[in-house]
Design a protein around this ligand. Structure first.
Ligand SMILES: C[S@@+](CC[C@H](N)C(=O)[O-])C[C@H]1O[C@@H](n2cnc3c(N)ncnc32)[C@H](O)[C@@H]1O
Length: 230
């Protein structure tokens, strides 16, 4: 039944709503509600530390592989100034539509490009990433949401250059994907990985991990089981 429902809403123009936030999903863009991981990560982003600093000093977030823009929009609603990046031009169009729809154009900008290239030289307090869960060559634009040859390694290699001291990344992985290899890849770059939230959906377990750099603590590798939100 779930597959029938997904079939009717997959690769279609649909309007979704997550916690009251409306999101237009274009056909060639990852649906964060049907595929769960986008909504799960967006709901498990950390709020910035409260500050009396002026708006121009607002904490900054990067939504890597923004898709529909869900992570960027949720981060902006938490108080971050946000940049979203995506390789898929349809995702960039979709995210820009959703930023306008949610009246957040003063808080969110969306850039087209590959990984960290569009934000070279910039620094962020938070980096959110719902990566393609499988390794391989994508067959089309939508498949870029599912498959990439080395996206985790490139993410791990570039993260240190964009994270402010004390900043962190939040990344979501699924047991219905190459989660163990991806955790190993993050650890192999010396990153510290700590599970912060998990949920068992029956056919998959989604886990959100906090990823930090420059620590001497050994990387913690979860067995993918659900965890309470921190
Ligand atoms: C699993 S989807 C997540 C979309 C959205 N963040 C969400 O949570 O619903 C992964 C996204 O990463 C994008 N992506 C894949 N490879 C990328 C790359 N090298 N640079 C930037 N974005 C990329 C895809 O186009 C896709 O929109």
């Amino acid at each position: 039944m779930r597959h029938q429902l997904i079939g009717r809403r997959y690769r279609r123009l649909v309007l979704e709503r997550v916690d009251g936030v409306p999101l237009v999903i274009l056909p060639d863009v990852f649906n964060p509600v049907l595929l769960r991981s986008g909504a799960f990560l967006a709901r498990n982003l950390p709020a910035p530390v409260p500050s009396r600093a002026p708006d121009s000093m607002r904490p900054r977030a990067l939504d890597m592989g923004t898709g529909s823009g869900i992570g960027a929009i949720f981060a902006a609603r938490l108080g971050y100034q946000v940049v979203g990046v995506d390789l898929n031009p349809e995702a960039v169009r979709c995210a820009r539509i959703n930023v306008l729809l949610n009246d957040l154009e003063a808080r969110v900008e969306i850039h087209s490009g590959d990984m960290f290239a569009p934000v070279a030289g910039q620094c962020f307090d938070l980096v959110a990433f719902n990566p393609p869960f499988f390794r391989g060559l994508p067959s089309d634009r939508l498949d870029q949401a599912w498959r990439a040859p080395d996206v985790i390694e490139r993410f791990a290699a570039g993260l240190g250059q964009v994270l402010r001291p004390g900043g962190e990344a939040r990344i979501v992985l699924s047991t219905d994907g190459e989660w163990r290899a991806m955790l190993d890849a993050l650890a192999s770059f010396g990153l510290v990985v700590r599970p912060t939230a998990g949920k068992d959906y029956g056919n998959e377990v989604l886990t959100v991990y906090a990823v930090t750099s420059g620590s001497t603590r050994p990387a913690a590798v979860s067995d993918g089981r659900p965890l309470p939100a921190s």
